[in-house]
Write a protein that binds this ligand. Structure first.
Ligand SMILES: *Cc1c(COP(=O)(O)O)cnc(C)c1O
Length: 455
């Protein structure tokens, strides 16, 4: 076998034509969504009022392992995919580890992250359904940017509710969304009933993803020919993100790379679910023993300290109830947390796999994450998004363990995005003003107290 190149690029022809639906392989499925008024499972009809109908179909599909990627979406993907699988030779050398380290880099498109994989698909289905308007929320801004790019391409109007602290900390994100034609409204805002209510109760709030979701859903429901789209958490988003795992698996097979460990960062769980999809399916079927690790911030520890319970997806308590690991929809993470991954809940698929023991979770503190990010940038050249650096941090820890034990493991992690838009966070690390915040059990109890009492 020839030496593995620094960057493995698949050709357009090798790009996977199918998404991978892990639910078709899972021994037990995630619990169904519940209607919060009746506690009965949501019907497709109910979901169709909020979401595009083909996305609802995908959401409820637990029988087809492979779902074909329509040619139009594949053509969009070709503008920025396949993404490289990189052998981190320089990082290995810097760490002086016997481990082989690989990362799948999703930060090469203008929006700067993997989010475009699902945006490209979701807007395509919206267009096909004849919709003219979409609404969404964005936290750190990557999803809003990705969606603005897709909406520009398919010519659909977009309104983005952007978490207020992010809109203030990241003016360039707002600028790029507007450049692609999206309208940005800092959330909470006075443009919705729920936004006005939240502002009355808590006028100084910096906002949260949950709150921005409530606003975006309210506007979608009130606007003709409009639907709400979500950039993470839901099963259909993980499905679209499985293009990451499919490409990774194809590249691994081509170069006979056999990962012992796959590591991803987890906010709502979409890039992680997408990266692991085909590998996890093989693991469930007993074909591999890969260690699979989700990494989250210690400041928003849904998997490692949350409860596995039915909860709302948003602060305004308007979404269907989802069974997931959650800190409670009322949990608002500390505003000094700069590293993204601030969502209170977690993908129901990832939650179920975690509950059933198929994956591990770890929580890491943000100053450690930035320390790893900077070490990586200096030796590998690529500036990682803070979110991605959570996975990087654990990959580096594991590679250092290999040095101590002499084990020659193959470690693969997802580098979900570029850090170009996060320079204010890097600035705060560089000038020493970044702090760590770990919620106390009491803080968490306040969030748990907002969990609905499902009978
Ligand atoms: C949004 C985002 C994440 C977290 O979202 P997931 O749904 O958990 O993947 C991670 N990394 C980057 C760069 C992001 O933009």
């Amino acid at each position: 076998m020839a030496k593995i190149p620094y960057k493995i690029y698949l050709s357009e022809e090798e790009m996977p034509k199918y998404w991978y639906n892990m639910k078709a392989v899972m021994k037990e499925l995630p619990a169904p969504f519940l209607n919060p008024a009746t506690y009965k499972p949501c019907t497709a009809e109910e979901l169709n009022q909020v979401f595009c109908s083909e996305l609802v179909e995908q959401e409820l599909n637990s029988s087809d392992r492979y779902i074909e990627i329509p040619e139009e979406i594949r053509n969009f993907y070709k503008m920025f995919r396949p993404s490289p699988l990189v052998r981190a030779y320089c990082l290995e050398k810097m760490l002086d580890t016997p481990a082989e380290i690989y990362y799948k880099f999703e930060g090469t498109n203008t929006s700067g992250s993997h989010k475009l994989n699902s945006a490209a698909a979701q807007v395509y289905y919206a267009k096909k359904q004849g919709l003219t308007n979409l609404t969404t929320e964005t936290g750190a801004g990557q999803w809003g940017t990705a969606l603005a790019m897709a909406c520009a391409y398919y010519q659909i109007a977009l309104t983005v509710y952007m978490v207020k602290v992010s809109a203030e900390q990241k003016p360039y994100r707002k600028a790029v969304i507007e450049t692609y034609g999206g309208r940005v409204i800092p959330s909470p805002s006075d443009t919705t009933e729920i936004g006005r209510k939240i502002l009355r109760e808590n006028p100084n709030t910096g906002g949260s993803l949950g709150c921005a979701i409530s606003e975006a859903i309210e506007v979608a429901m009130k606007t003709e020919n409009s639907r709400y789209v979500l950039g993470s958490v839901l099963d259909h988003v993980l499905l679209h993100q499985s293009i990451i795992g499919q490409e990774t698996k194809t590249a691994c097979e081509k170069y006979e790379i056999q990962p012992d460990m796959i590591i991803g960062c987890a906010g709502g769980g979409s890039n992680f679910g997408g990266l692991i999809a085909p590998f996890m399916a093989d693991k469930i079927e007993g074909k591999n023993k890969i260690e699979i690790i989700a990494v989250e911030p210690a400041s928003c520890p849904s998997l490692t300290r949350g409860k596995f319970a039915y909860d709302f997806g948003d602060t305004g308590k308007t979404t269907p109830l989802m069974k997931m690991y959650t800190l409670g929809s009322g949990f608002i993470p500390s505003p000094n947390h700069a590293g993204g991954l601030r969502y209170h809940g977690m993908s129901p698929i990832i939650s179920k796999l975690y509950q059933d023991g198929y994956l591990e979770a770890r929580a890491v503190e943000q100053t450690k994450v930035f320390e790893a990010a900077i070490a990586f940038a200096r030796c590998e050249g690529t500036l990682p998004a803070p979110e991605s650096a959570h996975a990087l941090k654990v990959a580096m820890d594991e590679a250092i363990k290999c040095k101590e034990t002499g084990e020659k493991k193959t470690i693969l992690f997802g580098l979900t995005g570029t850090g170009y838009f996060d320079l204010s966070a890097y600035m705060s690390y560089n000038n020493g003003s970044m702090t760590d915040y770990i919620p106390t059990d009491e803080d968490l109890e306040k969030g748990f107290a907002t969990l609905p009492q499902v009978k």
